[in-house]
Design a protein around this ligand. Structure first.
Ligand code: ADP
Length: 925
């Protein structure tokens, strides 16, 4: 067998336990402990994703005493209440098929007083560590020494109770156990100090109690390892022959492995600098037959398979891998498949790699982070002071910039800052620093504050950029050049920008609002597509032809069939396109007008809009795509028979020209422009709209000015279920989840799953012109949106149907009869009153019962500019306007006279991708 194969082959420890390979994840500080050393959920996940192919995971050191933690965020095993959390880690690791070992320690004099509430650390003797600012410790009394040993024993007992396969005694890194062996830190004159032999007593006593606990609470399979530092620099200090002396004694007592603690597994002596021989060679040469029976593990600097080969060649039996396992959770699989790895972490990948936030900031990881999200822009280094302003707050922040990155953001102390702001600031600050971009998700519950901070950081970046251009002798007002300019940062614009960038184009997104996401961010239900992988996984049999027919029927046969055909054909690829970019819509529901579950949404059933925009923006950051907020396109430039750029104006009224070869208009619809709505549909005067205030249809006018034709402008959809006080849309997923609509008499009046136009007309036809969506606990449990509506105060609830009727001023008997009758239809799967055929999911019978009062609101404008199926804009003669592309709600025709729920998100992604691709191709032709 070659050395190469050996590392991945099983290995048997002296107690007969078989490790499935010779690889171990090294114990590494994560600083992720919470509440005095408890385990957090993200720490459990961190270990879970790293277990699996690697034979063993050694979990970071746990302090056995609350005076023993050597760094912030350490986790502990000092109390029985820590067992449950640690058990979650053990279970997570073992569930993936790896062995789980826990390292236990006490920091001794290496503990900083501020970590232990200002108390003095303890040590064998009252001698401070030889480093600047080290506190002088208190010498442990003989009684305390015995007690500390018993605490190690308790730690072992708890590790066993938590389900670990073994413990590693941390006798290295100048922590307490090593301090007892060191002639520098241990100058005791009792039985625990003095001669070298006496100094071995404490480490041996810890090993003895570990064995005792293993015998008492576990069985022979319990693994006991010991980590040691081979030398120390202190004078006097532990030298290599001292180490060999201790190790021989430990081996006599019985051990299952020794862990050679060094920064590089082939490191030579740090004391005898004239000797270049790796210490492992000296170790192999000097060890006794007895010691040779204890497997030895190397650590430090292992990144590739070649490193593991080298370690085995030098006599190590086992290899521990540290940083590479953080950077590559599936490291073992990678080296098994001969991948050559470089040790760095993409700055945008923290979440994808399941690296807890505190670990991300820890020097060990920080040094590995490589910034992949940087714009090509150069900043002028320095600290840029900016005002953060929202309705309630005005504070100052300082944004520190290096030439290529944001290095820090600090809030200037201000007595007027409220606690909520300061708390949310910390979170948004971390997000911005992580992404190295102001374009990050707002902190939930503190959206306006987050947006204000993001805006201030973006301003600081813009000012610094301009300053740098001036410093380099350039002219900051000179027109910038891009291959592709995208107007609008909704789903269509972001998808287009990502695709154009992936196709090699330089891209700029221009958004007139202060935030990213357009109306898309409000989308709730999901994305329709037929014949997708996710449908197949759920056993849903669907066909593109049926999707086509139902959309056509829903659109009253007015749809542009060329667009519709492309739409239906491309939908499954678009779902995959998103999944490949980390945006998985793998849960499936149904909307009105569709006969099959084909509306794809996030796994947890949450609203699609925020999820989609958040994922798309991460992709924008990753690709360094430039983005201007608060900047409106006032004109599309057209010269020599083709689009040549745009004129923009920002919120400081500064105008600018941007030169580009193609322009993608993804500016959304015009539902929020009531004058425009009423121009085409006078009867909609006074209707509320569900749309964001930026949906004013400006993009249509921009394109009309360069000759674009429009179509279906009067086809304006009203959504049937809008909460009227707030104009908040109540998602179709509630009806799709099994809710019904009742009138003020408590009676159903229409098929709730009909298309939006028909349901809206039925509600407007009621004398009261509103209705109630009624549902029960079962519907709520399956729809996250329902909880949001509850939180927003839209929902009336009661324990019983009669109680609900009382709250709504409806006759209780009528509502009960309505529910009983509907529940009968669910049982028969046949609605003989109104012909509802879908979403007859379950009876509405489990309290609490809920109702939301709704009426229609303007929701979607189906009309817009004319494009061909390649998203190229056409003029009145059906001729291409060179360089002009459009996608999303700004385009007319696809939906005919009524858009089906779930088809807008599909529209923006499918045609966004396509517009991006064709615009990039045109620009680079
Ligand atoms: P879609 O669903 O088609 O992607 P959205 O409504 O989600 O459309 O997004 C369109 C975005 O375009 C909105 O954020 C809107 O503010 C922005 N927008 C509209 N007109 C302009 C303009 N003239 N300049 C810049 N951005 C614009």
């Amino acid at each position: 067998m070659s050395i190469s194969d050996r590392i991945l082959m099983p290995f048997t420890l002296p107690n007969g336990v078989e490790l499935k390979n010779r690889l171990l994840m090294a114990p590494m500080t994560t600083c992720t402990g919470i509440n005095n050393g408890m385990v957090s959920a993200e720490l459990v996940e961190y270990y879970r994703v790293r277990a699996g192919s690697i034979g063993t995971v050694i979990v970071e050191c746990c302090f056995i005493d609350n005076k023993g933690l050597a760094f912030p965020g350490a986790i502990g095993i000092d109390d029985d209440d820590k067992i449950a959390g640690l058990a979650q880690i053990a279970r997570a690791i073992k569930s993936q098929g790896s062995k789980a070992i826990l390292q236990i320690y006490h920091g001794g004099r290496m503990v900083e007083p501020e970590l232990i509430g200002g108390r003095s650390p303890v040590a064998p003797s009252a001698i401070a560590a030889p480093r600047e600012g080290a506190a002088k410790p208190l010498a442990l009394t003989a009684e305390q020494v015995e007690y500390t040993i018993s605490q190690f024993g308790d730690g072992v007992r708890r590790a066993i109770a938590a389900g670990f396969d073994g413990v590693e005694i941390h006798g290295a890194n100048t922590y307490l156990i090593q301090q007892f062996y060191s002639p520098h830190s241990n100058q005791r004159s009792d039985r625990w100090g003095g001669s070298r032999d006496k100094r071995t007593r404490f480490p041996l006593a810890v090993l003895d109690i570990t064995h005792r606990m293993a015998r008492e609470y576990a069985d022979d399979a319990f693994i006991i390892g010991y980590r040691f530092s081979p030398e120390e620099l202190e004078e006097p200090g532990i030298r290599f022959d001292d180490t060999m002396y201790l190790l021989e004694k430990l081996a006599d007592r019985g051990l299952h492995y020794l862990h050679f603690s060094m920064g590089y597994f082939l490191r030579p002596s740090i004391v005898d600098t004239g000797d270049s021989r790796p210490l492992i060679e000296k170790y192999i040469a000097m060890r006794s037959v007895k010691l040779a029976q204890v497997p030895v593990m190397g650590v430090g600097g292992v990144v590739n398979k070649s490193d593991t080969d080298l370690a085995l060649e030098h006599g190590y039996d086992l290899v521990a891998v540290g940083k590479a396992c953080i950077a590559y959770p599936d490291w073992t699989d990678r080296i098994a498949s001969q991948q050559i790895l470089e040790l760095f972490i993409d700055s945008t990948q923290r979440e994808a790699l399941t690296i807890p936030e505190p670990l991300w900031r820890f020097s060990l990881v920080d040094a590995m982070i490589r910034d992949m999200s940087l714009s090509a822009k150069k900043f002028k280094p320095g600290v840029f002071r900016q005002k953060v302003q929202d309705a309630d707050t005005q504070l100052m922040i300082n944004v520190s910039l290096e030439t290529d990155r944001i290095t820090d953001i600090t809030l200037e102390p201000d007595a007027s800052a409220d606690v909520a702001f300061v708390t949310s600031f910390d979170t948004i600050r971390s997000r911005i620093l992580d992404a190295n971009s102001p374009h990050v998700d707002a902190v939930s519950g503190a959206t306006t504050q987050s947006e204000a901070v993001k805006k201030a950081v973006a301003k600081a970046l813009a000012i610094s950029c301009k300053a740098q251009i001036v410093a380099e002798g350039g002219n900051p007002t000179e027109a910038q050049r891009y291959d592709v300019v995208v107007i609008g940062s909704g789903g269509a614009g972001l998808a287009a920008a990502i695709q154009a960038s992936d196709d090699g184009a330089s891209v700029l997104i221009i958004e007139k609002m202060p935030t990213i996401g357009g109306n898309t961010i409000k989308a709730s239900v999901g994305m329709n597509a037929a014949e997708t992988r996710f449908q197949k996984l759920k056993g849903i049999v669907d066909s593109k032809a049926q999707f086509y027919q139902e959309t056509l029927k829903g659109g009253n046969f007015k749809n542009n069939t060329q667009l519709l055909n492309r739409f239906v054909q491309q939908a499954p690829q678009a779902v995959e396109w998103l999944a490949e970019r980390g945006i998985e819509l793998n849960d499936i529901t149904i909307t009105g007008g569709m006969s099959i579950d084909r509306t794809h949404r996030p796994a947890d059933g949450s609203a699609v809009g925020g999820f989609l925009i958040s994922g798309l923006v991460k992709n924008i950051n990753k690709r360094s795509i430039d983005l201007m907020l608060d900047t409106s396109v006032s004109e599309i430039l057209y010269t020599d028979g083709a689009v040549s750029g745009v004129r923009v104006i920002n919120d400081d009224q500064e105008q600018q020209t941007i030169i580009s070869k193609s322009v993608i208009v993804a500016s959304g619809g015009f539902s929020a422009n009531s004058a425009m709505v009423v121009k085409y549909r006078p009867e909609l005067a006074g209707f509320v709209t569900t749309n964001h205030q930026g949906a004013t249809g400006g993009g249509i006018a921009l394109l009309e000015a360069i000759g674009a034709a429009t179509v279906d402008m009067g086809e304006i959809q009203i959504h049937p279920t809008v909460e009227q006080q707030t104009s908040y849309l109540i998602s179709e997923s509630i009806r799709g989840g099994g809710a019904i609509l009742v009138n003020q008499q408590g009676e159903r009046f229409f098929n709730e799953m009909e298309t939006r136009d028909k349901v809206s007309a039925a509600i407007i036809g009621l004398a009261e012109k509103y209705a109630y969506i009624v549902f029960d606990e079962q519907v709520r449990l399956k729809n996250k949106a329902a909880d949001e509506y509850l939180a927003r105060g839209f929902v009336v609830s009661a324990d019983s149907a009669a109680g609900l009727a009382g709250e709504l001023n409806i006759d209780a008997a009528t509502l009960q009869q309505t529910l009983a009758r509907y529940n009968g239809f669910v049982a028969d799967q046949c609605d003989t009153d109104f012909g509802r055929k879908t979403a007859l999911r379950q009876p509405i019978s489990q309290g609490p019962f809920y109702a939301i009062r709704i009426a229609p609101g303007v929701h979607h404008t189906m009309g817009g500019v004319v494009t061909n199926e390649d998203s190229a804009v056409l003029d009145a003669q059906n001729q291409l306007i060179p360089g002009a592309f459009a996608a999303g709600e700004v385009v007319g025709g696809l939906h005919g006279s009524n858009r089906i729920g779930g088809n807008a998100v599909a529209d923006i992604i499918i045609f966004g991708i396509q517009a991006g691709s064709h615009a990039a191709k045109y620009a680079r032709r």
